[in-house]
Design a protein around this ligand. Sequence first.
Ligand SMILES: C[S@@+](CC[C@H](N)C(=O)[O-])C[C@H]1O[C@@H](n2cnc3c(N)ncnc32)[C@H](O)[C@@H]1O
Length: 239
Amino acid sequence: MTAVDFGTGPFPHPVEAGAAALFDDWAAAGRDRSMADGHRDVTGQLLDNWALDAAHHVLDVGCGNGWAVRWMLARGAGAGAGVDVSAAMIARAQGLRDGGRCHFRVASAASLPFAEGAFSHILSVESLYYYPDPAAALAEWARVAAPGARLGVIVDLYRESPATHAWIGALGVPVHLLSEADLPALATAAGWTRATTVRLRDRRPPTPPADFAPSPFWPDYGTYLSHREHGSLALLASR
Ligand SMILES: C[S@@+](CC[C@H](N)C(=O)[O-])C[C@H]1O[C@@H](n2cnc3c(N)ncnc32)[C@H](O)[C@@H]1O
């Protein structure tokens, strides 16, 4: 793991406050929907391994507009919760919520407002590397995980995928550049078992070159294609 000293502090930690401000802006600009769309296929591949049923209580950490919580309910989970440090994202999630089987809270990934053993499945999509202390978050998730609970964490920004390293500057907030070996090591140290990683590649056709618009995140088409080839990195573990 890259040594970055984020310091310590009360909620919101300065790093969390920076992430909250960034994602409040993204929510205001409607980017919660494009994020959800971008992450949907790889998240679906991870969820295909979870046979969700009515007895399951699922949690999504860094849930954005809550799309994955709603999707896990549609896939059979009995109840769901989502937390995010961005109040604007949580407001969107609450607005999109249908029915009483899910709820959304503003909270830090490292300090969850839930009882020990509350969840059978914990998901986190493209969120872990923003945290001041990813190890502390993984330990907190272990606290709220029931015995035998499943963990699924997806990141696109990781050491072995150089195509996404431009994001480190483009995002404008501090991030961790974790490696494929870091994730299971961190999870195991945090109390998770059978921690492993898998690459998940979006099965949808890539944007054609004619429709590609360079941005600070994707400076050129080759970088975008390289990301598609490297895929997302998923950490899978059990409690
Ligand atoms: C790239 S977005 C992904 C959102 C959502 N998972 C999705 O796939 O659409 C990362 C999310 O993590 C949230 N986040 C960042 N740091 C956090 C923290 N320390 N605690 C909780 N959420 C955090 C952000 O506010 C943001 O909504």
